[in-house]
Design a protein around this ligand. Sequence first.
Ligand code: BES
Ligand code: MN
Ligand code: MN
Length: 461
Amino acid sequence: MSKYNSTIQENKQRYLDELFDLLRIPSISADPAYKDDVFKTADEVAKRLNEAGADNVEICETPGYPVVYGDKIIDPSKPTVLVYGHYDVQPADPLELWTSGPFEPVIKKTDLHPEGAIFARGACDDKGQMYMHVKAFELMMQHGTLPCNIKFMIEGEEEVGSANLEWYVKRNQDKLECDVILISDTGMLANDIPSITTGLRGLAYMEVEVTGPNRDLHSGLYGGAVANPINILTKMIASLHDENNHITIPGFYDKVEELSAEERAEMAKAPFSIDDYKAALDIDDVYGEEGYSTMERNSIRPTLDVNGIWGGYTGEGAKTVIASKAYAKISMRLVPNQMPDEISELFEKHFKAIAPKSVKVKVTAHHGGEGYVTHTTDKAYQAASKAYETTFGKKPIPVRSGGSIPIVALFEKELKSKSILMGFGLDSDAIHSPNEHYGVFNYLKGIETIPYFYEFYAENH
Ligand code: BES
Ligand code: MN
Ligand code: MN
């Protein structure tokens, strides 16, 4: 039982209602049709920060969606924590697979969330997790326990690459000065196995276009005699992995850090059931790079994946055609030290080199970002660890995540500040998928745990 528990229980319904209001606004940053809703969400977040007791609340215009800022400076000699989160969400499609409306939040029970989970797009990524910080701040204000200065920076373009947050951060370095950055936009192992994210992967995202003949052709009259760009593209893509599932792009692994046997043994201690993993995904076997465990494959190893592929005829029935063009979107998850620009260049060079003369290849890079690691010896990590221990009754396990928050590496460069990733979601919460949800337990536990981070961080600063 923590000192905040009774206040949280008394206010539980209001915390949920307020989050539900945010979740009802479809703030899809990728789709211009939702522009007004994204702006409206920024207004709403600003209003909530004000109500919670923040000063200097501001909706900061950028060339894209605004950044919401607010702060509470209690004493300049005290440490300053900068809270980062995002109020934008992923598109909700495919809509038909949702069991309730993506922007009509409801609580439903699931196997892993017997106390109920909030179903809505953005419930976990990241409105629910971001809003825990607003409520934790409110809680500290009510209890008179805020021991640090606090700054909020909530953006609206995380799901589309944070290009304008970079713009904003570079122009507001003084205003954003802080000792540590606190983020809840990742996950933990299980509700009874707390963990803290100590690493994120980077990202290089490419789009390729393969052009064969100058127009779509009759596949009988021309088939066999000219290059079919779809055949060629799939062959080229297939060659990007060898028989051991290593990536074949020359130089791709040059900067990949190999973990020591001790580090790998430490990682292997985290509880993980391969059978549960397979069952949850309805697969008979896992698949990946030779020589690495499933947990290693999706965290400390880089990957290459086709995210989408199209071209030719995909309508009803059969049309006999050789398409003029074929396309694919290919992403590479990177590990720390692998630079996205370098990797994009290696990819482009290689992809052009393996193309036969009979096609033309165009390669473009989309947004990317570097990976990130933080250490368990860090003061902020120690404070977070103690915070989880207080509210979960268990020491959290450090875990490197496979996901990416590219802006975190940029924060380190521009603001000279480390980030601590206190995520409370579960991998099974279906972020980016239909039926995204966030446990009510997780939401409330987050609100309860965050104030202890401030307490222990201030104590040991
Ligand atoms: N919150 C996620 C990232 C995440 C989720 C990291 C769970 C670790 C665990 C973030 O919103 C996200 O979706 N990031 C994108 C990259 C971004 C540039 C679109 C990703 O990882 O694909
Ligand atoms: Mn997120
Ligand atoms: Mn996301």
